[in-house]
Design a protein. Structure first.
Length: 116
């Protein structure tokens, strides 16, 4: 069983920065793909960034150049460094783990609010 716990959300002014963390329990983290998703009010959950077990990264267009996803396998943790935050980045950010058997786990989410 895998448990994901996100932290690091909060209220920040436009142009500010936040670093989100997602700590995973269990032994599959290092061989799993990880992703950060955002769900804005009234909208569907959408991919922000993902990182493969080998460290390859992909970003949603609006996150490119502003957000950086990284992972620390010995700590079973994935990070999302967010800079140049905009009001449209507001939402609940969820961490997702996809195992090699394609089993998916989600965290409980952390709220990010960017004020203008």
């Amino acid at each position: 069983q895998v448990r994901l716990v996100e932290s690091g959300g909060g209220l920040v002014q436009a142009g500010g920065s936040l670093r989100l963390s997602c700590a995973a329990s269990g032994s599959v983290f290092s061989i799993s793909a990880m992703g950060w998703y955002r769900q804005a009010p009234g909208k569907e959950r959408e991919l922000v960034a993902r990182i493969s077990s080998g460290g390859s990264t992909n970003y949603e267009d609006s996150a490119k150049g502003r957000f950086t996803i990284s992972r620390d396998n010995p700590k079973n943790t994935v990070y999302l460094q967010m800079t140049g935050l905009k009001p449209e980045d507001t939402g609940v950010y969820y961490c997702k783990l996809t195992s090699r058997t394609l089993t998916v786990y989600w965290g409980q989410g952390t709220q990010v609010t960017v004020s203008s």
